[in-house]
Design a protein around this ligand. Structure first.
Ligand SMILES: [Ca+2]
Length: 326
C-alpha cells in the first residue's frame, strides 16, 4: 500500500496536539513536515508545542517550520484563556528553553509548504488545523500551489451560523477571515471541511476521554498532564459547545486528520460552494453554504456532516499509544 503523504499546518493548542498524534500513529501515513501559525498561542509557542508533541512520540526527525505570526489584516487577537497562555494548558516546564527553540527550521513555513508539495506533485494532502494565513500566503506566492495538492482538509468554519469565537464565527476563520476567504476561493483542489458544528455534533463521551488519557503510554501521560488544569477539559465548566450541543469531549482538529487518514470515517457530507463573510458585526468570518447555487461558483467543497464515531474513536485511542514500538 502506498504511503499517504501529509503536511500539517497548525496553531498547536491541545486539540492540535491530539490531531497531530493521530496522524503520527496512523499506519501508512508519512508526515512530511509541520508548519506553524499563530492562533491558540503565539507562533513561537506553537512551534515549541509541536516540537514537544513530536518529542513525546519519538518523532523529532519531522521538520517543524515557523509561519505567520499575525493575520493578513490587523493584529492577532490571541485568546489567553482557552488552552492556557502557551496553548498546552500552562503546565509544562522549560518553556522558551533552547531545547524547544533550536530545532525549528530556518526556512519559512510558507516556503517549506510550497517546496514539499512541489517535490511531490499530486501526492500530498494538506491538513489545516489553525487560521489559514500560511495557506493564503502560499497561494499568493505560488498560484499553482493548490493544484499541486492531492486534497485539502480544513478544521474550521461553521455550517449552521453558530459561532464559538463570535456570535456567528468559528475560531480559526475569525482569527483571519481574509485568509479563510482566499483559501476557499482560490484552493480549487478537492476540499473537505470539518466545521465547528460538525465536530460538536460528533462528540465523544467523557468516559471515553478518561479511558483514553489513562492508557499506560508516554503520549497518554502527556495528554493527561496538559489537560489536567485546562478549563476546557473540566466537566464542571460549561463552554459554548456544551450550551449549544450538550456536554462531551470534542477533539476538534482530530476530525480533519481522521478524514485525511481514512475517508470512510466521514459517512455523509454536503457538497456545495462556500464563501466566507468578510463584513458585519455578527457575521465576519462566518462560512456560508451556498446550497441553492446563488453564487454560481464552479468549485464545490465537501462539508462534513456525519461521522463513524467507532472508527474515529479507534484512531484517537491509537493516537496516545505512542511512542510506537517498531
Ligand atoms: Ca487548531
Amino acid at each position: 500500500m502506498a504511503q499517504k503523504l501529509l503536511l500539517i499546518d497548525t496553531d498547536c493548542g491541545i486539540d492540535d496536539a491530539q490531531a497531530i498524534m493521530m496522524a503520527l500513529a496512523a499506519p501508512g501515513v508519512m508526515v512530511l513536515g509541520i508548519t506553524c501559525c499563530f492562533g491558540n498561542a503565539s507562533v513561537e509557542d506553537v512551534c515549541q508545542n509541536v516540537l514537544r508533541v513530536l518529542s513525546v512520540c519519538d518523532r523529532s526527525q519531522i521538520p517543524v517550520f515557523r509561519g505567520a505570526a499575525a493575520p493578513l489584516v490587523g493584529t492577532p487577537d490571541i485568546p489567553i484563556s482557552h488552552f492556557g497562555t502557551d496553548g498546552l494548558g500552562d503546565v509544562l516546564e522549560d518553556r522558551d528553553s533552547e531545547r524547544w527553540k533550536t530545532p525549528i527550521q530556518t526556512e519559512h513555513a510558507v516556503n517549506a509548504m510550497i517546496r514539499l508539495v512541489s517535490d511531490n506533485i499530486g501526492q500530498v494532502s494538506l491538513v489545516a488545523l489553525g487560521p489559514l494565513t500560511n495557506l493564503a500566503l502560499a497561494v499568493k506566492l505560488d498560484p499553482s500551489f493548490p493544484q499541486k495538492l492531492k486534497k485539502l482538509f480544513i478544521m474550521g468554519g461553521n455550517m449552521e451560523g453558530k459561532g464559538n469565537r463570535t456570535v456567528c464565527g468559528e475560531f480559526n476563520f475569525v482569527m483571519d477571515p481574509e485568509s479563510a476567504y482566499i483559501v476557499l476561493e482560490e484552493f480549487l483542489c478537492p476540499t473537505y471541511i470539518a466545521s465547528w458544528e460538525f465536530t460538536c455534533r460528533n462528540k465523544l463521551s467523557w468516559d471515553f476521554f478518561d479511558e483514553w488519557i489513562n492508557q499506560d503510554t508516554a503520549a497518554a501521560r502527556f495528554m493527561k498532564e496538559i489537560t489536567s488544569k485546562c478549563w476546557a477539559y473540566s466537566r464542571d465548566t460549561l463552554t459554548s459547545k456544551d450550551v449549544v450541543f450538550g456536554p462531551g469531549f470534542v477533539s476538534y482538529d482530530s476530525y480533519a486528520v481522521a478524514a485525511a487518514i481514512d475517508s470512510s470515517v466521514v459517512t455523509e457530507s454536503v457538497e456545495c460552494a462556500v464563501r466566507v463573510e468578510l463584513q458585519g458585526a455578527l457575521c465576519r468570518g462566518m462560512m456560508g453554504l451556498d446550497l441553492c447555487d446563488k453564487l454560481k461558483k464552479r468549485h464545490r467543497v465537501f462539508v462534513m456532516k456525519e461521522c463513524d464515531l467507532g472508527k474515529f474513536g479507534q484512531l484517537l485511542m491509537a493516537a496516545l499509544r505512542q511512542p510506537c514500538k517498531t
